[in-house]
Design a protein around this ligand. Structure first.
Ligand code: HEM
Length: 142
């Protein structure tokens, strides 16, 4: 081995960037969630979805942002505060209808596009995956 090799700092291990980082972190996710609930609260096309939720959306603004952050590979606080809680199972008893699942996915896609995450392709992927998840909630009624 050449002596110069020993003076070279070892390469730092490569860690893939998480979707959370690509989107712009917790601040961006909270802005997406806030826009999502503002749309749900303010536009009549989401009235059926709004009617399923409690009057006060503040707890949901916190909870959904926490869940999305953990889901995207960010801080896992939500999972630690809700051990073993599965989002699909949590929605099973709500009687999610296909049309209302579409409202959820539509408002979320708009919120993501309007906030414009740092990595826009990752934002599109996020919207696509959440659309699939919302539709799966409707497809698996109790
Ligand atoms: C991928 C899609 C979805 C995600 C990630 C998601 C996420 C969440 C989260 C994190 C909560 C809070 C749970 C808690 O804090 O215990 C929640 C509650 C709720 N979700 Fe969803 N949700 C999705 C789709 C939907 C859909 C499609 C509907 C209705 C059509 C819906 C209706 C509700 C309702 C009614 C609540 C309870 C809200 C309240 O108590 O005010 N969700 N959801």
């Amino acid at each position: 081995m050449d002596s110069s090799d020993q003076t070279t700092a070892p390469p730092r291990p490569l860690r893939p960037r998480t979707p959370y980082e690509a989107l712009g972190g917790g601040e961006t996710i909270q802005r997406i969630v806030n826009r999502f609930y503002d749309l749900m609260d303010g536009e009549t096309q989401y009235a059926a979805l709004r009617a399923m939720h409690a009057a006060d959306l503040a707890p949901m603004r916190r909870s959904l942002a926490g869940w999305l952050s953990a889901w995207a590979g960010g801080p896992r606080d939500w999972f630690e505060e809700n051990p073993g809680k599965c989002m699909m199972s949590a929605h099973r008893g709500l009687g999610v209808q296909r049309e209302v699942a579409g409202q959820w996915a539509d408002a979320m896609a708009r919120a993501i596009a309007e906030v414009g995450p740092a990595d826009r392709d990752m934002g599109k992927l996020m919207a696509e995956r959440l659309d699939m998840m919302a539709n799966a909630m409707a497809a698996t009624p109790e």
